[in-house]
Write a new protein. Sequence first.
Length: 104
Amino acid sequence: MAAKIKTGDTVVLLAGKDKGKQGKVLKVMPKDTRLVVEGLNMVQRHTKASQSDPQGGIKRKEASLHVSNVAMVDSNGKPTRVGFRTEGEKKVRFAKTTGEVISG
């Protein structure tokens, strides 16, 4: 199956504690159908002091989200579904709301 959401895309969260917020996709895990979005779904990790991190303490980082809980953002800033079509010899992604081709 082709990837509807790729690294670097801007997405909006549809469910969860950060619902309605937008962010950039940092990592996509297609096997697990999950992705990591910059600044969203933040969790706290208690880390032990080590040689690489002598201070240790409570660190904040992004946790993964299921793909079904996010939607692409179109040029108008609204959530949209993603479709595929062929333009010439190339297969491209497009926003279902506006019909515009999504770069990337």
